[in-house]
Design a protein around this ligand. Structure first.
Ligand code: SF4
Ligand code: SF4
Length: 364
C-alpha cells in the first residue's frame, strides 16, 4: 500500500495569485489532516533558520502561512532549531513578530536541556533528544531540501537527526565518518579551513601546525571540502558515509519514538535547491529549477518523492563551482558529493519508519 505524498508544484497555468506556491501551500495544508491532530497541542515546528549569509532556507512567507494555519486549528505553536542564539535568525527575517510564534532553541535557553537515550551503533553510543522537541505533543518537520557533503542529501531526516538533538549527538553521528588528518606537505596556509569552520574548532598553532579542538568539532567536513589542496582528509574508518547515514536514521528513530503515533508530519520545501547544507552560512545558486512543496505523514515516502523529483538532467550549471563537473552515475547529489543519498532512505525503511512506495497527489 503506497503512502500518500501531497505535492504543490511551482509550475503554474496562469498569472494568478491562486497559482503561486504560497497559495498552493495553503491548499496543501488543508489536505494534511493536521486540523484533527493539533488542537490544544504543544506543536514544535522544526526548521533550519540558516546561518551567516544564507538566504535559501524556507522563506518567512511559508513559515508564516504554516504557523497561522496551525494556530487557526488551535495549536500552541513554536519554532525550534539548534544553536538559535548563535545563528542570529532575525538577520534573515525570522522573528517572532514576522512568523507569528516564539522561536526557541531546541535544547532550551542554556543549550543543555535534553534527554539521553542509548543508541549503541559503532562509536555512536548515546544520543540526546532536544528537550523542547521531546516535550512537544506534535512535531512538524519543516525542511528545506538540498545537497549535503556528509551524506549527499539533506531533507526531513537530516532536519530531525541533526536538528532535534544535542551538539554531542551531532558529533557522534559525524564521528562515524572518521577523524581528521592534516598533511603538512600539501598545506599552502590559505586559511580557508579556519574560515569555513562554524564551530571554532580548528586553528593553526604558533608553529603552523593544523590543530583541531575535538570538543567543538562536529566533523561537519567543511574544512575538508574547502581545502583547495586536499591537505585535510577524514581518517579512522575512512569516508564512511553509509555509517553516517545509518547514524542519521538511528538518531531520527530516537527522536520520533518520543511522539505518539500520527503526531509527526513532514513538509519538504524544494526551492533554491543548493549543493550544500544550510549550516554553511552561505547560499550558492540553485542546482535545478524550483520544484515545489511535498508533504506526508511518512518520512521515507516524502524523502523518496523529493529525491526522485531532483534530476541530473535538470542541472543548472551555475549551481556548481566554476570548473566542477558531475562525476560518474547515479542521482544528481551522488554525482556531486560521491555519496548515494538513497542509502539514508534504505536505513530509515529498515528501521520501520516508512516506505519508499509512494503515491503523489498533486494540489492544483
Ligand atoms: S570538521 Fe567542521 S567543525 Fe571540525 S574542524 Fe573541520 S570545519 Fe570545524
Ligand atoms: S584549507 Fe588546506 S591548504 Fe588552506 S590552510 Fe587549511 S589545510 Fe592548509
Amino acid at each position: 500500500m503506497p503512502s500518500k505524498v501531497l505535492f504543490a508544484p511551482v509550475a503554474f497555468a496562469k498569472f494568478e495569485k491562486s497559482q503561486t506556491l504560497p497559495a498552493k501551500f495553503e491548499r496543501l495544508l488543508d489536505q494534511t489532516g493536521l486540523e484533527k491532530i493539533v488542537g490544544g497541542k504543544k506543536t514544535a515546528v522544526k526548521m533550519h533558520l540558516g546561518d551567516g549569509l544564507s538566504y535559501s532556507t524556507i522563506a518567512p512567507v511559508f513559515v508564516r502561512t504554516l504557523v497561522r494555519k496551525l494556530q487557526g486549528w488551535g495549536a500552541r505553536c513554536f519554532i525550534a532549531d539548534h544553536d538559535v542564539i548563535n545563528r542570529k535568525p532575525d538577520e534573515r527575517g525570522y522573528t517572532e513578530s514576522i512568523l507569528g510564534c516564539p522561536i526557541v532553541d531546541a535544547c532550551g535557553m542554556t543549550g543543555n536541556y535534553m534527554y539521553e537515550k542509548k543508541v549503541s551503533y559503532k562509536s555512536f553510543e548515546v544520543m540526546d533528544v532536544a528537550g523542547e522537541i521531546h516535550d512537544a505533543d506534535v512535531l512538524i518537520d519543516f525542511s528545506h531540501v538540498k545537497g549535503h557533503g556528509g551524506c549527499g542529501y539533506g531533507g526531513a531526516c537530516k532536519n530531525i537527526a541533526m536538528g532535534c538533538v544535542s551538539h554531542r549527538t551531532r558529533r557522534g553521528i559525524h564521528g562515524l565518518e572518521g577523524g581528521l588528518e592534516w598533511d603538512k606537505e600539501k598545506c599552502i596556509h590559505c586559511n580557508q579551513c579556519i574560515e569555513s569552520c562554524n564551530h571554532n574548532a580548528n586553528e593553526f598553532t604558533a608553529d603552523g601546525i593544523y590543530s583541531v579542538f575535538y570538543h567543538n568539532c562536529t566533523y561537519c567536513g567543511h574544512c575538508v571540502k574547502m581545502c583547495p589542496t586536499g591537505a585535510i582528509t577524514t581518517t579512522g574508518l575512512g569516508n564512511q558515509y553509509e555509517a553516517f547515514q545509518e547514524g542519521m536514521a538511528l538518531s531520527t528513530k530516537g527522536v520520533l519514538e518520543t511522539f505518539a503515533p500520527g503526531h509527526v508530519y513532514y513538509i519538504n520545501v524544494l526551492t533554491q535547491i543548493t549543493a550544500l547544507c544550510d549550516c554553511w552560512g552561505l547560499t550558492t545558486p540553485s542546482l535545478v529549477p524550483d520544484i515545489g512543496i511535498m508533504a506526508s505523514d511518512d518520512i521515507v515516502a516524502v524523502e523518496s518523492a523529493c529525491l526522485d523529483a531532483i534530476k541530473a538532467d535538470d542541472l543548472i550549471p551555475v549551481g556548481l563551482p566554476l570548473g566542477i563537473e558531475l562525476k560518474g552515475e547515479g542521482h544528481l547529489f551522488e554525482r556531486i558529493h560521491g555519496k548515494n543519498p538513497f542509502v539514508q532512505l534504505e536505513a530509515l525503511e529498515r528501521h520501520g519508519l516508512g516506505t519508499r512506495n509512494y503515491e503523489l497527489i498533486t494540489i492544483d
